[in-house]
Design a protein around this ligand. Structure first.
Ligand code: OGA
Ligand code: MN
Length: 299
């Protein structure tokens, strides 16, 4: 197989396109290794023309490691495999859902900058998103390089915080918190109990490349041991810093694109589209991380 890797992002080591590979075939170790390396080095990798089904997506994804099971809040029963998170505006009856339906309200959280599963004690490593049906306009996905953003961060004059001060800080992450900022309190008590808040380091080191990143995003709610408002102010400054245009790659979907990102390297968010007009059906597999970023404390 003649794999070609081409940079398509705003920075020389951020966002690549890979062609010359067919994920419906079994990949030899060398080809898979080249794709995995490209993900760890570029943060985002786009593989066009991968017309795969769920079984093929799962088989390919499992080469990166064990998969997470999707949360499945606000979804109706359907026969989809538990390794697949379905981001879809199409209901079980095949019709486009109303914008204010439970499912669409829940998924609206993906339009905030985030990193997948940072609300879990062991956050996700990679996410793999397959564009099964894509809208003809808009509905893209944006990615921000939190390595370059960390490298450049000058410190906060307003808050009197230097880059060195960030080392050792730990934040609480919660999906209940992040959803509350965009759609209010949509969870039942049982769901809340299923996803208790967790702790993550603020400066994280990538296990394969050693590069440091700002591990922030919408689930990040406050700094442990700091007054809530001061922590929120710092998190807001960092979130605003990392999503500056120069660190952002915007992907416009074509049907059968497969996009892989490393959640340790990028924040991402979905862009809006005419959601009551155009179908958008995306299937995601999520590769579990290697371990927690810091010790958890029982609630
Ligand atoms: C995701 C996600 C955004 C999008 O799949 O994790 O955030 O554009 N998706 O659908
Ligand atoms: Mn996501």
């Amino acid at each position: 197989m003649s794999l070609e890797i081409k940079n398509i992002g705003p920075l020389p080591d951020f966002a690549a396109e890979i062609t010359g590979v067919d994920l419906r075939q079994d990949l030899d170790d060398e080809t898979f290794g080249a794709i995995e390396r490209a993900v760890f080095e570029n943060g985002v990798v786009v593989l066009p023309n991968q017309d795969i089904d769920d079984d093929q997506q799962i088989a390919f994804s499992e080469r990166f490691g064990a998969l997470e099971y999707s949360l499945r809040f606000h979804r109706h029963g359907d026969p989809i495999r538990p390794e697949i998170s379905q981001l879809s505006n199409v209901g079980d009856d095949g019709l486009i859902l109303k914008a204010d339906s439970e499912t669409m309200t829940y998924h609206r959280g993906n339009q905030l900058w985030h990193t997948d599963s940072s609300f879990k004690a062991v956050p996700a490593k990679c996410s793999i998103l397959s564009g099964r049906e894509v809208p003809p306009v808009a509905g893209g996905t944006e990615f921000a390089d939190v390595r370059a953003a960390y490298d450049d961060w000058p410190g906060s004059e307003t808050l009197g915080i230097s880059k060195a001060d960030l080392e050792g800080l730990v934040c609480e992450h919660s999906i209940i918190y992040s959803r509350s900022t965009i759609v209010g309190d949509i969870f039942t008590d049982e769901q809340k109990n299923a996803v208790p808040a967790v702790r993550q380091v603020l400066v994280r080191e990538h296990s394969a490349t050693g590069r440091k990143v700002l591990y922030v995003g919408s689930h990040c709610s406050y700094v442990i041991g700091w007054p809530t408002e001061k922590g929120r102010a710092l998190i807001k400054e960092l979130n605003d810093w990392v999503v500056q245009d120069k660190y952002v790659f915007r992907h416009t979907w074509r049907q059968h694109d497969l996009v892989i990102w490393d959640n340790r390297i990028v924040l991402h968010r979905g862009q809006t589209w005419a959601e009551e007009e155009h179908r958008r059906v995306m299937h995601r597999t999520t590769v579990a991380g290697d371990g927690p970023t810091t010790a958890q404390v029982a609630a």
